[in-house]
Structures are given as structure tokens and as C-alpha cells.
Design a protein around this ligand. Sequence first.
Ligand code: ZN
Length: 274
Amino acid sequence: MPELPDILLLAESMNKALVEKIIFDSKVNQPKVLNYSKSTFQKRVKGRCFQGFRQRGKWVISYLDNKWMIAFNLGMGGELRLHWSVETPDPKRERIIFFFENGDQLWVHFWWFGHVHLIKPGNEAKHAQLGTLGIEPLSDAFTSEVLASILQNKKGRIKSYLLDQKFIAGIGNVYVQDILWYARLHPNRKANTLNLVDIERLHEAIQHVLQEGIRWGPGPGEQDVWGQRGQWGKKPGWPQIAYRTGKSCPTCQTVVEEVRIGSTTSYICPHCQS
Ligand SMILES: [Zn+2]
């Protein structure tokens, strides 16, 4: 499932590929991915253009020039892909297709689940998922004090708060692995046992790993709007520990272990993380 760095890179590629191009038509092959009826959706987008894409949590969002917002959530294995006029989308695979006046097409494919939501002007905060998203971890507002207040009095495992989109938006089970390793925290560690030094280290780890994700991304299985992949697993040291079961920890050479915690898998160095 794409996370903050993957979504941010996807949004940037869509900015280069699609902004200001007129949508002359759309096709909806799977109406259940919409939050409005097929006809309302098609009416709202027809003749409009996307004014710029940005990342919010694990969503790509864009305003149309009629002030309505379109929010894409790719779920797991979803794709937003640019295609040329001569290509024909497979109606069983592509859920929605945007046709642009210059012949370009944007194909929206969902493998498991996904959403293409229309949001009325001014209603972003009322949207069930976007409206409840927590802070953006690469924003200036995300300070170590804010992180401390998020974790204050939380009795559960640190990992579950990092993954909970209501607290911090955009981190998932891929990037969280290296974040916890850099912070030298075991995913099972109770959040309320972190001291100020732990919190500062965790704050730095979150920003560092997400920025590296943007630098070398997109992450495993993810692609930008042209289908370009990133350096995950190809560049030495990226990732440091995620999905590296049986390899050695870059710091202490202890063997990386894969442990199942709750419903997620974790990759840890049993020596460095506690
Ligand atoms: Zn280690």
C-alpha cells in the first residue's frame, strides 16, 4: 500500500503530466469506488481540469477548476497511470478512465480496494477519512513536542500509534520498519515509556526515513504516473532493515528478525531495538 513518500512522488509526477489539461470525458467501470452516483461524477468532471495534485496522508488530492476536489486512495496494489490516446483500457481492470482533450488518458486501477471521491467545495473537513487525518509528519507543525503530546498517556505499543492515521498521516507498514530501527525502539515498546530523548530520536527518525523515501522512492511495488519505480532494494542501505530477514543489522551485524505483532509483520534488530 503506498505511503507518504510514494504518494508524494505520484502527486508530483501527476503535476508534471496532467495539470491544466481539459477532461473531455470519463468512463466509470466500477461505480462503487465513487462516493456520488456515476452520472453526478461524470457531470462534475466533464470539461474541467485538475489544478494541481498534492499528497495528504495516503491520498492524492486535487481541486478541479470548478472548486470541487477529487481525492484518490489507491488501497493496496492500486495504480494511477498515464496512457496515450492509441491505448485501449481493459474495462475489467481499469475502474475509472479520464480522457483528456490532448488524447492523454488517466487510468485508475484498483486491485483490492480504492476510492475516487468527489468533495464539495469547503467540505474537506467533513469527509469521513480526510477529515479525521492526523498531522503531516513532514510539515513544520510536526515538532518533537507535538509527537510527545500524541504519545502522552498512551498505553499501547508504539508501532500502532505510528500506523494510526488519526495521529500521524501517511506512515504504513513499510516505512515504519526503518523508522523504529533508526529510533532504536522495539515495535512492542509501550508508547508511554518513551523518555524525551527517545521521542526526539523518534521524531528525527520519522522525518529522516520519509525524506529518504522521497529521495529514493517510490517504495516497493509502487510507481509514479509514468510507471517509474524507485531504488528500494537496489541501492545499498535502502532500506536498512525492512524486509531484510536473515541479513545483518547495518549497525551491529546482529541477524535481522521478522516478528509478527498483532496483525502486522515487523523487521527488527533484536540487539539495537528495545
Ligand atoms: Zn543492530
